[in-house]
Design a protein around this ligand. Sequence first.
Ligand code: PMV
Length: 298
Amino acid sequence: MVTYSAPGKIFLFGEHAVVYGESAIACAIDLRARVTVQKHSEVLITSELGKGKDRHPYVSKAIEKIGEPIRLDGARVTIDSEIPIGTGLGSSAAITIATLAAMNEEFSAGLGKDEMAEMGYSVEKDVQGAASPTDTYVSTMGGVVLMPDGRRLRNLDCEIVVGNTGKISSTKELVQQVRALKDKHPETTQPIFRSIGNLARKGEVLVEKGDYSAIGELMDINQGLLESLGVGCAELSTLIYAARGAGALGAKLTGAGGGGCMVALVDKTHVKGVASAIESVGGVAIKTKITEIGVRRE
Ligand code: PMV
């Protein structure tokens, strides 16, 4: 029996545009999914969502993919996650990667980290229809990562406050919605994707310099561009304005949008104030940090 954990993530810059090959910066955060795997005669999956393969499409697909070359009979898989589900914090990727890592060890499948990240990406694509490799890559490697090339950047010496709207949104539907907008208005949306990519490339320089107030300004600009792609919503804006009003350096939605979570970059002295501002307008605040630790054995 073996347990592995993997982190969730936030996007500092670049969601949606990264689907079309633009640059993005994503960061692993200190909220983890833990998966325990034990040899068994059949596949049994249990989590807070209940039991069974249907409730756990990512885990089922991960077991199928890693299990095929080793002719797996079954496994008992138990999931325990601190990452809220369906809110843009990469919970499905973290669970997928922790499952692959635990299966890899329990059944001596011999995969390296890069292969696990790659397999995790193909699990997400199969289950969701469309995905970028961001969530699975960052969850595997940890830290601050420039996508799509996977370059590791300096860790941010700054706090992160996440605000959850409590409104569940579907990444698959939002990615399809943005694709439809892109197909309908290519000449208008193309420069928006390019501008988002430019924010991530400029962000890379600022992260290396540790210029957090400039990073915050660019996050605010990124939010405006995401709004123009139609992935904002009133609930997200309420939390974003509350966080900015309480002194956040920058605030934007993170992940697919349409609900889910926003993220604020905050210096140490403003963490409490930003978290209570988010809560005062009906959000659930999560104070967290960026973690360098990707998937690991527990
Ligand atoms: O909602 P999340 O955390 O899976 O993030 C989605 C980010 C998108 O750029 C919209 C899609 C992707 O796979 O990169």
